[in-house]
Ligand binder design. Structure first.
Ligand code: GBH
Length: 497
């Protein structure tokens, strides 16, 4: 009897030991982190000189656009509680905190003629607090909260935005660049160009014809990014020794069947998502397939020129290689089938330009978000695609995460485990990924979903004025995961010595 017990105990300990090591291998210098964005957490929307941005405006004047009619007026109250936030991040044991700067907190009108010094003070305090706690700040200069006056001139469809954004970015490098060494110019241009100009959910006087604004926006954003990259290189990098990139979002697109038409449709979908931003910053231009398809469809729709703007020779030179690293935000996968025979496309439109029909496999575990499923192999495929197609750039995963409300968030843990396992395999297979940042530290204002969707490792109670942050099971799991990884690294170090 005792023998059987011993045997059982041995097997038990042995399997525990194996499972602890199963998913952990990551490169020696690999970093882990957590992310947020200014409008989603800060609150203090009109405090100490902050100007109005488009999300202040939407949430106040068109509350019906936001699922629960809520606003980011207070959100997680991080403007006041940032020291607590630094402590919960430190408690997770991660290396990185990725957050964004509120443009209208720094420049109340969006224009650089007037700096709000409380904004500079706030981000200085946050950055100093992070550094004092050994946490690396990764700063997104623009994460969707555009100053209202800049939307009135057409937002990112207006080429003048380049100049205004450069002045803003210049101010951020000037004030924070002595301590911030990891910069992202923009967060997910594909998402904000689509939401603002293709889906046109906003009560603004912007080009609301599908298939046009989305490309004007991409064109301006990409040129702007490239010019800011150059400005940082020329004027700051030598002194400040930082690195700069952009956070690009992409799904993985898997052909629904192995019919040629479906395989081609999935390729197109990927080129119109990942390719729309990766191709210009790596090779200097939009993907060929986008250029020819949009040109042909534009002609058939009686446009005299393509709806997709062209880059000049100078633009192309500037764009090519305009990154020290690329941030990748990845969440989920679609199955794609060919849409050529579909006759009721909205014309013109981005969806018709792509010509694919997207769906989820009913077998995939779902989140509470309609677009977000747990498909870890899609992450592996996207990473190896980027490795092979875009010269294996230095990548940091700047967002990845799952929506679930419960404190005992088993589904989120399942998702994170699977995606980290895919990432580990991708790095072992040569993908040049240097870090993994999960979305999000805590529940926050989820844009059009308000507070109905929860992405946090920490649960936040938004009806309690003190906005307590309560660790979910996933926070404890992630903490352990990061800790185990660090322990393993130390072991490797010892072995190497
Ligand atoms: C990120 O965007 C944001 O950066 C972050 O602010 C946000 O809180 C977080 O994710 C969670 O949503 O065509 O059906 O695929 C997420 C990006 C949202 C981009 C869904 C594409 C299109 C829906 N994605 N979106 S679909």
């Amino acid at each position: 009897m005792e023998k059987i017990f011993q045997k059982f105990l041995f097997i038990f300990i042995f399997t525990k030991f194996i499972s602890a090591y199963e998913i952990t291998p990551f490169p020696q210098d690999f970093l882990f982190g957590v992310a947020t964005a200014s409008y989603q957490i800060e609150g203090a929307w009109n405090i100490n000189g902050k100007g109005e941005n488009i999300w202040d405006y939407y949430s106040h004047y068109s509350p019906s656009m936001i699922k629960d009619g809520s606003t980011g007026d207070v959100a997680c109250d991080s403007y006041n509680k940032f020291k607590d936030d630094v402590q919960i991040i430190k408690d997770l044991g991660v290396h990185i905190y990725r957050f964004s700067l509120s443009w209208s907190r720094i420049l109340p009108t969006g224009f650089a003629n007037e700096i709000n010094h409380d904004g500079i003070r706030y981000y200085n305090d946050l950055i100093n607090e992070l550094i004092a706690n050994d946490i690396i700040p990764v700063v997104t200069i623009f994460h969707w909260d555009l100053p209202l006056p800049l939307m009135a001139i057409g937002g990112w469809t207006n080429p003048l935005m380049t100049k205004y954004y450069m002045e803003y970015a210049n101010i951020t490098f000037h004030y924070f660049g002595d301590r911030v060494q990891h910069w992202l110019t923009m967060n997910e241009p594909m998402s904000f160009c689509t939401d603002t100009f293709e889906n046109a959910q906003q009560p603004f006087n912007v080009p609301q014809i599908k298939g046009i604004g989305i490309y004007l926006c991409a064109h301006t954003v990409l040129r702007t990014h490239a010019l800011v990259y150059k400005m940082y290189k020329n004027e700051y990098q030598e002194k400040q020794k930082g690195k700069i990139g952009i956070a690009i979002d992409s799904r993985w697109y898997e052909p629904k069947t192995n019919k040629t038409e479906d395989i081609e449709a999935a390729t197109r979908a990927l080129e119109f998502d990942c390719g729309m931003y990766f191709n210009p910053i790596v090779y200097g231009d939009f993907p060929e397939i986008m250029k020819t398809r949009i040109e042909n469809l534009s002609r058939s729709e009686n446009f005299s020129i393509s709806r997709l703007p062209e880059f000049t020779k100078d633009d192309k030179e500037l764009l090519q290689g305009s990154y020290d690293f690329i941030g990748l935000n990845h969440y989920s996968t679609w199955l794609v089938s060919d849409g050529s025979s579909k006759t009721n496309w909205r014309t013109p439109s981005y969806a018709r330009d792509v010509g694919g029909i997207m769906e989820a496999d009913p077998k995939w575990p779902n989140s509470t978000m309609s677009w977000l499923y747990d498909v870890p192999w899609g992450f592996y495929k996207l990473l190896t695609h980027i490795r092979d197609r875009y010269k294996n750039p230095i990548i940091v995963i700047t967002e990845n995460g799952f929506a679930q409300l419960e404190i005992q968030d088993k589904k989120r843990i399942h998702y994170l485990k699977g995606y980290l396992k895919s990432l580990s395999k991708a790095t072992q297979d040569g993908c040049n990924v240097k870090g993994y940042i999960t979305w999000s530290v805590m529940d926050n204002f989820e844009w059009f979903e308000g507070f109905t969707q929860r992405f946090g490792l920490y649960y936040v109670n938004f009806t309690d004025p003190s906005r307590p942050r309560i660790p979910r099971s996933s926070a404890k799991w992630f903490k352990k995961f990061v800790h185990t990884h660090l322990k393993n690294n130390n072991k490797f170090l010892v072995v190497q010595v």
